[in-house]
Design a protein around this ligand. Sequence first.
Ligand SMILES: NC(=O)c1ccc[n+]([C@@H]2O[C@H](COP(=O)([O-])OP(=O)(O)OC[C@H]3O[C@@H](n4cnc5c(N)ncnc54)[C@H](O)[C@@H]3O)[C@@H](O)[C@H]2O)c1
Length: 253
Amino acid sequence: MKLDQTVAVITGGASGLGEATVRNFVEGGARVAIFDMNAEKGEQVASELGDAAIFCAVNVTDENSIASGVAATMEKFGKINANVNCAGIGVAMKTMGKEGPHTLDLFKKVIDINLVGTFNTFRLCVEQMAKNEPNSEGERGVIVNTASVAAFDGQKGQVAYSASKGGIVGMTLPVARDLAFYGIRICTIAPGLFYTPLFEGLGQEVVDSLSAQVTFPKRLGSPAEYGQLARNIVESPYLNGETIRIDGAIRLP
Ligand SMILES: NC(=O)c1ccc[n+]([C@@H]2O[C@H](COP(=O)([O-])OP(=O)(O)OC[C@H]3O[C@@H](n4cnc5c(N)ncnc54)[C@H](O)[C@@H]3O)[C@@H](O)[C@H]2O)c1
């Protein structure tokens, strides 16, 4: 799909990996709708990008909120043919710890934001994509979801996070099969350690020690590198139904 013919809904677009994707896509000629709960940051990014971007205050755990964002995007840009899902949270709690068992509320919260929120967003975007005229490849749309290497090598305390990301990986092939009829592709990106606001508060020593665990190159990933891969997925018609690790070959111990 050509980026200059793309209208993308990007969740989590106010920060980190999502924001880098918003900027990359707009640079390539796309128009984007930033779906995020952080209105201050989301409005700021959208206003920097002028007419190519809108901000929609969306909580991905709320169906009506996503539906309003989709309606606002359709009104502004007339179509949706890409959806990149980056909204998500990370938490740490062991299955059993000094305080007792993992709280069920926290487990459900992570699944609700990371997994159900991703499904609910692309489900409603697909409804619009299915109405598009297919391009010369027969494509009507493309979905890019964000898992994590924690889907495969989750560490201590990541039971809820890993379960949510494993669910995103698991959806990839069946959704590709479900949506082939409509000419809609889907791929999942599984990032390793990326330098986003999540890491900014940790201090240089922690960043150095994490960087040392990466096989090559020995550094954290930059959000722009995530954005570049998301763009490649949108632009490459033969990429479908696959989860792609972008991680400098790190395997978390
Ligand atoms: N940074 C990393 O190293 C890394 C590694 C693997 C996977 N990931 C995944 O990538 C995604 C983006 O991570 P990031 O590092 O850019 O994080 P980030 O915190 O910088 O950005 C996440 C964005 O999602 C938004 N968000 C959170 N909950 C939301 C909700 N309910 N509705 C709408 N928006 C919501 C936040 O407001 C924020 O703008 C997440 O799914 C994360 O799990 C990140």
